[in-house]
Design a binder for this molecule. Sequence first.
Ligand code: CMC
Length: 431
Amino acid sequence: MNPKGNAKLTLADGKTVDLPVYSGTHGPDVIDIRKLYAQTGMFTYDPGFMSTSSCNSTITFIDGDKGELLYRGYPIEQLATKCDFMDTCHLLLYGDLPDAAQKKDFVGRVTNHTMVHEQMQFFLRGFRRDAHPMAVMTGLVGALSAFYPDSINLHDARQRDISAIRLIAKMPTLVAMAYKYTIGQPINYPRNDLGYSANFMRMMFAVPAAEYKVNEVLVRALDRIFILHADHEQNASTSTVRLCASSGTNPFAAIAAGVACLWGPAHGGANEAALGMLADIQRDGGVAKIGEFITRVKDKNSTVRLMGFGHRVYKNHDPRATLMRETCHEVLNELGLHDDPTFKLAMALEKIALEDEYFVSRKLYPNVDFYSGIVQKAIGIPVPLFTAIFALARTVGWIAQLNEMIADPEYKIGRPRQLYVGAARRDIVKK
Ligand code: CMC
C-alpha cells in the first residue's frame, strides 16, 4: 500500500510527527500509527475499537450510514436473491463466485466431508443433556483438532483449505447432533444427495419412525439466513478468531474461540435474547403491555434494552434485516402463522419502535437478529439453538478472514497495549 499523504500530529511539547494516511476502495481513510510509539513513546487509547482498523481486508465492506453490505464487492441483496449459500462460501473463501465447474467441485468437496468421526458421539455424550448448545458447540468445534490432526498446521495452505472444507461441511452435522442429543432423539447421519441447507433441515427434524419431506420454502429461508450471516467484517467474533489464530494455533481452535465469543447476547446471542424478551412480554400480558415495556427500555435507570434493535455499525438500516423481514413474512405465510401470538407481538413491537422518537432519534432500527429469531422459531428451531445456527453460517467468514491474515506477509501476533491505572509500584509490608 502506498500512502496518499501524511497526517501531522503535534504533541504538547511542540514536537510533530508525520503519520502516513492510506485510502481503501471504499470507506474512511486510515492513519497509520504503527510507528507512533517508536517516534513519540506514546500509545493510542481506543477501548472498544471505536476508531481503530485492526487490519486491511478484501473480504467484506459495510457502509453503516448508507446501510450497505458487500461481500467481495457484491451487494448482499444480489447474493441473497441470485445465489445460494455454497456460492457465497466459494466467494468468501476464494475471492469470486464459482462458475458451473467450480461450483460442482466445491459442493462435491464439502459434501464429501459432512460426516464426523464416529467417536465424536461419545465425546458429545459427556455433556449434560440440558447443556446450552453453544457450550456444546464450543467443545465440539475445539475437539475437531483432536479428531482431524492431519489438517491443523495453520501455516500450510493445503491443510488450511482442508480444515476450511471440513469446518463448513461438519458444522451442520455438529449443530444437529447437539440438538438431537438434548431432546433424546437418535442422531441422523448426513445425506449427501441433499443440498447443504436441506441436509441440515433433515438432520435436525427427521426421525427414524417417519418419512421426512423437505419443504423448499423453509430450506430457502434457512439458506438465506446462512448467506446473511456468513461474514460481517471485523466484528467481535471475527476479531477474536484473527487474534486467536495470530498466535499460530490451529484453525479448529481459532474457530472454537469465535464460537465462544459469538455466544454473548450483545453479538450472536441477540436473536435468542430477542425471543426471550418476546416471551417475557407475552407472559406479562402480551401486546397490551408493550407500552409499559418500551417505557422501561427508555428509562435511563433501567438496564433493559430492546433486543434485536440497534447496531454498532448500521446507523440507518441493516440491509440484512430488510431481506430477513421479507423471508420472515414468506415463512409465516407458508406455515399459516401470522396469527401466532408471539409473531403478532413481534410485529406490534417493530411498528411501535419504528415510530417512537427515542428509537428514531438514536437511529435504532431492527437488526437482522430480530427477524432471524422469528424465522427460526417458525421453522421449529428451538430458541437456545439460534446462536449455534449463526455460528454455522459465520464459520466460512471466520475462515476466510483467518486465511487472509495468515497469507499476509506483514501479519504479526496481535498484542494490544494498555493505559495502566492501577497501584503505583509499592513494597510488601507484612501486617
Ligand atoms: N434498546 C434501547 N436503547 C438502545 C438500544 C436498544 N437495543 N441500543 C442502543 N440503545 C441506546 C443506548 O442506551 C444509547 O442511548 P443514550 O445515547 O441515551 O445513552 C444509544 O442508544 C447508543 O447506544 P450504544 O450502546 O452507545 O450503541 P452501541 O453502538 O455501543 O451498541 C448494540 C450497539 C448492538 C450493542 C446495542 O444497540 C444493543 O445492545 N442492541 C441490543 C442487542 C442486539 O440486538 N445485538 C445484536 C447486534 S446485530 C448482530 C451482529 O451483527 O453481531
